[in-house]
Ligand binder design. Structure first.
Ligand SMILES: O=C(O)c1ccccc1NCC(=O)[C@H](O)[C@H](O)COP(=O)(O)O
Length: 220
Protein backbone atom coordinates (compact mmCIF):
# COMPACT_ATOMS: atom_id res chain seq x y z
CA UNK A 1 0.00 0.00 0.00
CA UNK A 2 1.72 3.26 -1.06
CA UNK A 3 2.12 6.02 1.51
CA UNK A 4 0.67 8.97 -0.39
CA UNK A 5 0.54 12.43 1.16
CA UNK A 6 -2.29 14.67 0.01
CA UNK A 7 -2.54 18.47 0.10
CA UNK A 8 -5.94 20.10 -0.21
CA UNK A 9 -5.40 23.72 -1.15
CA UNK A 10 -7.58 26.81 -0.86
CA UNK A 11 -9.61 26.09 2.28
CA UNK A 12 -11.91 28.93 3.31
CA UNK A 13 -14.07 27.76 6.22
CA UNK A 14 -13.74 25.86 9.47
CA UNK A 15 -15.98 23.20 7.92
CA UNK A 16 -13.39 22.82 5.12
CA UNK A 17 -10.68 22.22 7.73
CA UNK A 18 -12.83 19.61 9.48
CA UNK A 19 -13.60 17.90 6.17
CA UNK A 20 -9.92 17.75 5.24
CA UNK A 21 -8.84 16.61 8.71
CA UNK A 22 -11.37 13.76 8.63
CA UNK A 23 -9.80 12.27 5.51
CA UNK A 24 -6.24 11.84 6.75
CA UNK A 25 -4.85 14.39 4.29
CA UNK A 26 -1.37 15.60 5.24
CA UNK A 27 -1.53 19.30 4.31
CA UNK A 28 -4.05 22.13 4.04
CA UNK A 29 -3.31 25.20 1.94
CA UNK A 30 -4.26 28.78 2.87
CA UNK A 31 -4.20 31.13 -0.13
CA UNK A 32 -3.06 34.75 0.20
CA UNK A 33 -3.63 36.17 -3.27
CA UNK A 34 -6.24 38.90 -3.60
CA UNK A 35 -7.40 37.94 -7.11
CA UNK A 36 -8.15 34.36 -6.09
CA UNK A 37 -11.63 33.12 -5.15
CA UNK A 38 -9.76 31.28 -2.37
CA UNK A 39 -8.08 34.37 -0.94
CA UNK A 40 -8.14 34.76 2.85
CA UNK A 41 -7.50 37.79 4.98
CA UNK A 42 -4.91 37.26 7.68
CA UNK A 43 -7.65 37.11 10.31
CA UNK A 44 -9.66 34.51 8.35
CA UNK A 45 -6.56 32.40 7.81
CA UNK A 46 -5.58 32.68 11.46
CA UNK A 47 -8.92 31.23 12.53
CA UNK A 48 -8.47 28.25 10.23
CA UNK A 49 -4.87 27.70 11.34
CA UNK A 50 -5.95 27.69 14.97
CA UNK A 51 -8.61 25.02 14.50
CA UNK A 52 -6.43 22.72 12.40
CA UNK A 53 -5.64 19.53 14.30
CA UNK A 54 -2.10 18.40 15.06
CA UNK A 55 -0.92 16.30 12.13
CA UNK A 56 -2.55 18.43 9.46
CA UNK A 57 0.24 20.67 8.19
CA UNK A 58 -0.72 24.29 7.54
CA UNK A 59 0.76 25.70 4.33
CA UNK A 60 0.59 29.44 3.58
CA UNK A 61 0.59 30.14 -0.16
CA UNK A 62 1.83 33.51 -1.42
CA UNK A 63 2.71 34.96 -4.82
CA UNK A 64 5.83 37.19 -5.05
CA UNK A 65 5.21 38.34 -1.47
CA UNK A 66 7.55 40.87 0.09
CA UNK A 67 9.01 40.56 3.58
CA UNK A 68 6.36 42.79 5.14
CA UNK A 69 3.58 40.54 3.84
CA UNK A 70 5.34 37.37 4.93
CA UNK A 71 6.14 38.91 8.32
CA UNK A 72 2.46 39.69 8.85
CA UNK A 73 1.34 36.18 7.86
CA UNK A 74 3.94 34.28 9.83
CA UNK A 75 3.51 36.40 12.95
CA UNK A 76 -0.27 36.00 12.96
CA UNK A 77 -0.63 32.23 12.91
CA UNK A 78 1.15 28.93 13.44
CA UNK A 79 2.37 27.53 10.12
CA UNK A 80 4.24 24.42 9.00
CA UNK A 81 5.31 25.45 5.51
CA UNK A 82 5.45 28.37 3.09
CA UNK A 83 4.47 27.79 -0.55
CA UNK A 84 5.93 30.31 -2.99
CA UNK A 85 3.79 30.35 -6.12
CA UNK A 86 5.09 33.30 -8.10
CA UNK A 87 8.31 34.16 -9.91
CA UNK A 88 10.48 34.03 -6.80
CA UNK A 89 14.11 33.43 -7.80
CA UNK A 90 16.22 30.67 -6.23
CA UNK A 91 17.98 33.37 -4.18
CA UNK A 92 14.64 34.65 -2.89
CA UNK A 93 13.59 31.10 -1.97
CA UNK A 94 16.78 30.69 0.04
CA UNK A 95 16.25 34.08 1.69
CA UNK A 96 12.66 33.27 2.72
CA UNK A 97 13.72 29.90 4.06
CA UNK A 98 16.44 31.48 6.20
CA UNK A 99 14.33 34.44 7.39
CA UNK A 100 11.30 32.47 8.59
CA UNK A 101 12.83 29.14 9.61
CA UNK A 102 10.01 27.28 7.92
CA UNK A 103 10.23 24.68 5.16
CA UNK A 104 9.61 26.26 1.78
CA UNK A 105 7.83 24.60 -1.13
CA UNK A 106 8.46 26.31 -4.48
CA UNK A 107 5.88 25.89 -7.22
CA UNK A 108 7.21 25.30 -10.72
CA UNK A 109 4.88 25.48 -13.71
CA UNK A 110 5.36 22.75 -16.28
CA UNK A 111 4.08 22.68 -19.84
CA UNK A 112 6.93 20.95 -21.67
CA UNK A 113 10.29 19.25 -21.15
CA UNK A 114 12.08 22.61 -21.11
CA UNK A 115 10.37 23.56 -17.86
CA UNK A 116 11.90 20.67 -15.95
CA UNK A 117 15.32 22.32 -15.56
CA UNK A 118 13.70 24.74 -13.12
CA UNK A 119 12.58 21.84 -10.95
CA UNK A 120 16.23 20.85 -10.57
CA UNK A 121 17.37 24.44 -9.97
CA UNK A 122 14.82 25.03 -7.22
CA UNK A 123 15.47 21.65 -5.64
CA UNK A 124 18.91 23.01 -4.69
CA UNK A 125 17.34 25.65 -2.43
CA UNK A 126 13.75 24.63 -1.54
CA UNK A 127 12.60 21.89 0.82
CA UNK A 128 9.95 20.65 -1.59
CA UNK A 129 8.85 21.35 -5.15
CA UNK A 130 5.23 21.65 -6.25
CA UNK A 131 5.23 20.49 -9.87
CA UNK A 132 2.14 22.23 -11.20
CA UNK A 133 0.59 22.94 -14.60
CA UNK A 134 1.97 26.15 -16.11
CA UNK A 135 -0.87 28.69 -16.19
CA UNK A 136 -2.06 29.86 -19.61
CA UNK A 137 -0.67 33.22 -20.79
CA UNK A 138 -2.74 36.06 -19.33
CA UNK A 139 -4.37 33.75 -16.76
CA UNK A 140 -5.66 35.67 -13.75
CA UNK A 141 -4.26 33.06 -11.38
CA UNK A 142 -0.78 31.48 -11.36
CA UNK A 143 -2.31 28.29 -9.91
CA UNK A 144 -5.61 26.73 -9.00
CA UNK A 145 -6.77 26.74 -12.62
CA UNK A 146 -7.88 23.10 -12.83
CA UNK A 147 -5.56 22.45 -15.78
CA UNK A 148 -3.33 19.39 -16.14
CA UNK A 149 -0.05 19.01 -17.95
CA UNK A 150 1.26 15.92 -19.70
CA UNK A 151 2.07 13.66 -16.74
CA UNK A 152 4.45 11.60 -18.90
CA UNK A 153 6.91 14.50 -18.58
CA UNK A 154 7.46 13.67 -14.91
CA UNK A 155 6.78 9.94 -15.02
CA UNK A 156 8.97 8.08 -12.53
CA UNK A 157 11.13 11.22 -11.99
CA UNK A 158 13.33 11.55 -8.94
CA UNK A 159 14.71 14.90 -7.83
CA UNK A 160 16.92 16.00 -4.94
CA UNK A 161 13.89 16.98 -2.84
CA UNK A 162 10.41 15.61 -2.26
CA UNK A 163 7.96 16.80 -4.90
CA UNK A 164 4.22 17.09 -5.16
CA UNK A 165 2.15 16.64 -8.33
CA UNK A 166 -0.53 19.29 -8.98
CA UNK A 167 -2.68 20.67 -11.75
CA UNK A 168 -6.10 19.50 -12.81
CA UNK A 169 -6.21 16.54 -10.44
CA UNK A 170 -9.65 15.21 -9.50
CA UNK A 171 -11.10 12.25 -7.59
CA UNK A 172 -11.60 10.65 -10.99
CA UNK A 173 -8.02 10.95 -12.32
CA UNK A 174 -5.72 11.08 -9.28
CA UNK A 175 -5.15 7.31 -9.03
CA UNK A 176 -4.10 7.19 -12.69
CA UNK A 177 -1.85 10.25 -12.21
CA UNK A 178 -0.09 8.56 -9.30
CA UNK A 179 0.23 5.27 -11.17
CA UNK A 180 1.76 6.99 -14.18
CA UNK A 181 4.10 9.39 -12.40
CA UNK A 182 4.87 7.51 -9.18
CA UNK A 183 4.31 10.81 -7.32
CA UNK A 184 4.31 10.27 -3.56
CA UNK A 185 2.49 13.53 -2.88
CA UNK A 186 -0.46 15.16 -4.68
CA UNK A 187 -2.16 18.54 -4.41
CA UNK A 188 -5.64 19.63 -5.49
CA UNK A 189 -7.79 22.71 -5.33
CA UNK A 190 -10.48 23.21 -7.98
CA UNK A 191 -10.97 19.47 -8.53
CA UNK A 192 -12.60 19.21 -5.10
CA UNK A 193 -14.84 22.27 -5.45
CA UNK A 194 -18.51 22.66 -6.39
CA UNK A 195 -17.86 26.25 -7.56
CA UNK A 196 -14.71 28.44 -7.60
CA UNK A 197 -13.57 28.76 -4.00
CA UNK A 198 -16.28 26.48 -2.59
CA UNK A 199 -14.89 23.19 -1.33
CA UNK A 200 -17.05 20.06 -1.52
CA UNK A 201 -16.57 17.68 1.44
CA UNK A 202 -17.70 14.68 -0.59
CA UNK A 203 -15.18 15.36 -3.34
CA UNK A 204 -12.41 15.96 -0.79
CA UNK A 205 -13.11 12.57 0.78
CA UNK A 206 -13.32 10.88 -2.63
CA UNK A 207 -10.04 12.49 -3.72
CA UNK A 208 -8.10 11.38 -0.66
CA UNK A 209 -9.56 7.89 -0.83
CA UNK A 210 -8.66 7.55 -4.50
CA UNK A 211 -5.15 8.93 -3.91
CA UNK A 212 -4.54 6.48 -1.11
CA UNK A 213 -5.82 3.64 -3.29
CA UNK A 214 -8.85 3.03 -1.07
CA UNK A 215 -6.83 2.66 2.10
CA UNK A 216 -5.00 4.73 4.70
CA UNK A 217 -1.23 5.21 4.53
CA UNK A 218 0.90 2.67 6.32
CA UNK A 219 1.88 4.04 9.73
CA UNK A 220 5.59 3.78 10.34
O1 LIG B 1 -5.64 28.22 -5.81
C1 LIG B 1 -5.49 29.43 -6.05
O2 LIG B 1 -6.46 30.20 -6.12
C2 LIG B 1 -4.12 29.96 -6.28
C3 LIG B 1 -3.97 31.32 -6.45
C4 LIG B 1 -2.72 31.86 -6.69
C5 LIG B 1 -1.61 31.04 -6.73
C6 LIG B 1 -1.75 29.68 -6.56
C7 LIG B 1 -2.99 29.12 -6.32
N1 LIG B 1 -3.13 27.75 -6.14
C8 LIG B 1 -1.99 26.91 -6.08
C9 LIG B 1 -2.18 25.51 -5.67
O3 LIG B 1 -1.40 24.98 -4.87
C10 LIG B 1 -3.23 24.68 -6.34
O4 LIG B 1 -3.65 23.70 -5.46
C11 LIG B 1 -2.57 24.02 -7.57
O5 LIG B 1 -2.24 25.01 -8.50
C12 LIG B 1 -3.54 23.02 -8.24
O6 LIG B 1 -4.73 23.66 -8.56
P1 LIG B 1 -5.90 22.88 -9.32
O7 LIG B 1 -5.43 22.64 -10.72
O8 LIG B 1 -7.06 23.78 -9.25
O9 LIG B 1 -6.12 21.60 -8.58
Amino acid sequence: MPDIRVKICGLKTEADVAAVAATGAAYMGLVFFAKSPRHLSIEQARRLALVAPVGLAKVALTVNADDATLDAITEAMPLDMLQLHGHESPDRVAEVRARYGLPVMKAVGVADEGDLAAVFDYSLVADQILVDAKPPKNAALPGGNGLSFDWRLVAQRRWLRPWMLAGGLTPENVAEAIRLTNARQVDVSSGVESAPGVKDAGRIAAFVKAAMMDGPPILR
